[in-house]
Design a protein around this ligand. Structure first.
Ligand code: 5GP
Ligand code: ZN
Length: 139
């Protein structure tokens, strides 16, 4: 997609610190890392969210995510990882090209668990919410 920074990184028009690549997926270091080894995994094809991309491509994105974790374990040696995707503007997605963040975590790194990114506990029972969601699969 024209004007997409991550499409440009995928096709080599823009430079990046590439660390791993397969036929359809590339992994590179975030330009503004939140931890040493903060990596991004993207499909080479443009798509904003998981639901916009084919299953096999998503599978490849997560296979690469696993491979990058192994590389980081051997090189950066973190204590843990936070792995996450901002999907949509309301979640903080600024670049509308799917990217999986792999953030190496260390004891006492000052970070929080991924559940702490939001504080919007539901007012209704979770059983009601679950039945709404289950009904969606009947359509
Ligand atoms: P978002 O807010 O869209 O989920 O995250 C975009 C991420 O991409 C940010 O963590 C940001 O630092 C990173 N980023 C933005 N522009 C570039 C770039 O040109 N090169 C690289 N390597 N990372 C970028
Ligand atoms: Zn793109």
């Amino acid at each position: 997609m024209e004007d997409c920074i991550f499409c440009k990184i995928a096709n080599g028009e823009l430079e990046s610190e590439k660390i791993y690549e397969t036929e359809n997926v590339i992994a590179f270091l975030d330009i503004n890392p939140k931890a040493p080894g903060h990596s991004l995994v993207i499909p080479k094809k443009h798509g904003k969210t998981l639901t916009e991309l084919e299953d096999e491509l998503i599978a490849e994105v997560f296979r690469v995510t696993k491979e990058v974790e192994k590389l980081l374990n051997r090189s950066i040696k973190p204590d843990a990882f936070t792995v996450g995707i901002n999907e949509g503007e309301a979640s903080g997605q600024e670049i509308p090209h799917l990217h999986v963040n792999i953030i190496p975590r260390f004891e006492d790194d000052g970070g929080v668990p991924i559940q702490a990114v939001v504080n919007n506990s539901p007012k209704e029972e979770i059983s009601n919410i679950a039945s709404k969601i289950r009904k969606a699969s009947e359509k």
